[in-house]
Structures are given as C-alpha cells and as structure tokens.
Design a protein around this ligand. Structure first.
Ligand code: Q46
Ligand code: ZN
Ligand code: ZN
Length: 301
C-alpha cells in the first residue's frame, strides 16, 4: 500500500476515496477535509470566537486539534454529565489535552452546577438517557457560548454520526428533524451558530488521526448508549459501506447538496413563536423551556 501523494509506505487506506496515505499526508488529508467543510458551508467568519464542545472522545479532541491547526483559535467547553467513572475519566482526557497544548478549557458540571446528572434525568423521565443528555448539551453549550461572547459552537459530529441520524430521520420521515439536520445552523435570536466541521470525515479516520497525532482520548464508549438506536443504524450503514465504499458519504453529501432544500423553509435554530423561558430566559415555545422542566423533574426525584 503506497501513499497517494508521495508514494511512500501508507499507514491507512480510505476506501471511499480509493486512496491510501502515509502519516503526514493523512494528517494533510484530514485538515483538507475540515478546511473544505468550513469553506463550503461558510462555517466560520474571520473574527468569530469559536467554542468546541469537548467530550474527551476522539472526535471532539481531533476537532479541537484540527481547528487549532487551521488557525481558528478555539476554546473548549467540557460538560460533566455525571455518568460515574466514565465521566470522571472523560474529563481527565479533556483536561490533559488542553493542558499539554496551553489551550483554554471551560467546564460546566451538571451535578455540581445544576443539581442533577444524566442518570438522574433518565430515571426521572423514564426515557433513554440520551434524550435528556442531548437536551442538556444543546441548552448548556448554547447558553455558555451566549454568556461568554462566543459566536459559534463547533461539535465533533462526524460522517458516521450524520449518516446514522439521517437514516433514522428518513426512516420515520421526520420532517422537522430533517429540516434541522445541516452542517450549519445559523445564528438566530437566542442561539449562536452551530457547526459540524467533521462532516466529511468518518469515525475510523478520526480514530486514526488521534493515534497518528498522539492524542490520548477516551476509547471506552458511554455506558448509557445501550438503548441508542443510532448504534443499530451505524451497523447497517457499515455493512452497506463494506460492500459499497462511499455509500455513507454519498448519502450525507447528497442530502446536504440536493435533499435538504426540500425540507428547508427556514434554516435557523429558532421557530417563529419563540418567547423567553420564565426561569432562565432561553428561547422556548412554552412558558418554561425544556431544560428547566427537565431540571425540575430530575432534581425532585
Ligand atoms: S454521552 Fe449522553 Fe452520548 Fe452517553 S447518554 Fe447518550 S448522548 S451516549 S454522545
Ligand atoms: Zn505521503
Ligand atoms: Zn429555561
């Protein structure tokens, strides 16, 4: 196996590009994919203050590293979810990464700062933990960014994540989720811009990037992911990709370029009749926002 660029020995093949790369040119390949995502979708303006949602896993740490390399000068925000040892460990990876590079890592802790953890919320709502977890992340990353003057929140959703979510949304023809599934959600009143710069890179590439760049990341998966249907969709997509390399990229890129417009009457994160949450001031369609309602239920139990 030879590197497509320099013909030296390759360390990884990327079947959907029908290419293999040596270490240095694989890193260049990853940077180029992120640079293209940033420019194709106008993700970052020159003076934007960027906040990376950092979990301690491979995607968010690779994203942080790549954005630093590309000159976006991002800070990180780690959100402690209170999922036992898993969370303790993920925080350590995030802190070690930031310390070693002299980067700024902010931290918010659901338990210490908001009085409940993801397991508390799952028990109180009797729903899969990921729904309370996702809701809390969206609310707290957005609120933190607004309060601290960041223009944009960058998340580590990669091509595999986007393909699995897209498959789930299509299987149920969930028009509202399809409308909101985009590499960029623009700024709107009460919402900072949300961007997904890893949308052109797969899970395997992100793991390889971390290994080759000597980024220590949390390999262990979240123990609360068990009921997450996206894992099943990933299995299905992996078997399609095995027999037909490029399927995931064609599915996601095709949706972004040609499919999304059919669902996209309004690309913002906001819905027309938003008002301010009576508790926290966040935009909401109800009297009290979903996060504040979750907090009341989860702290009561
Ligand atoms: S952390 Fe939270 Fe994930 Fe764990 S509970 Fe689900 S959403 S799986 S990215
Ligand atoms: Zn090379
Ligand atoms: Zn609220």
């Amino acid at each position: 196996m030879k590197c497509r660029v320099c013909r030296g020995p390759a360390v990884i093949d990327v079947r959907r590009h029908n290419a293999a790369f040596c270490r240095d040119h694989f890193v260049v390949h990853c940077r180029e994919q992120v640079r293209r995502a940033l420019s194709d979708h106008h993700m970052l303006g020159p003076d934007d203050r960027v906040l990376v949602a950092v979990s301690g896993g491979k995607d968010s740490l690779a994203l942080w590293d790549l954005l630093v390399e590309l000159g976006a000068a991002p800070d990180g925000l780690y959100l402690g979810l209170g999922i036992g040892e898993y969370s303790d460990e993920s925080g350590q990876y995030a802190r070690a990464f930031a310390d070693a590079r002299g980067l700024t890592l902010h931290e918010v802790d659901l338990g210490a700062d908001w009085g409940f953890t993801v397991p508390d919320a799952a028990a109180a709502t009797r729903r899969v933990p990921c729904s309370a977890c996702g809701l809390s992340k969206r609310h707290l990353f957005n609120t933190f960014a607004l309060e601290h003057g960041y223009d944009v929140v960058a998340t580590g959703h990669n091509l595999d994540d986007e393909a699995a979510v897209l498959l789930g949304n299509v299987l149920r023809w969930d028009v509202e989720y399809l409308r909101r599934q985009a590499p960029v959600l623009p700024t709107a009143p009460g919402f900072v811009r949300k961007v997904k710069p890893l949308v052109r890179l797969g899970e395997r590439e992100m793991a390889a990037y971390c290994v080759l760049q000597r980024i220590d990341y949390q390999v262990e998966e979240c123990p609360m992911a068990a009921g997450n249907r996206h894992l099943r969709f990933k299995d299905v997509l992996n078997s399609l990709e095995d027999s037909s390399p490029g399927t995931k990229a064609a599915f996601v890129q095709g949706f972004i370029e040609r499919g999304h417009a059919y669902f996209d009457d309004d690309q913002t994160d906001a819905s027309p009749d938003l008002r301010r949450c009576a508790e926290c001031g966040a935009p909401t369609t109800a009297e009290v926002c979903a996060f504040c309602r979750l907090r009341v239920r989860a702290t009561r139990s």
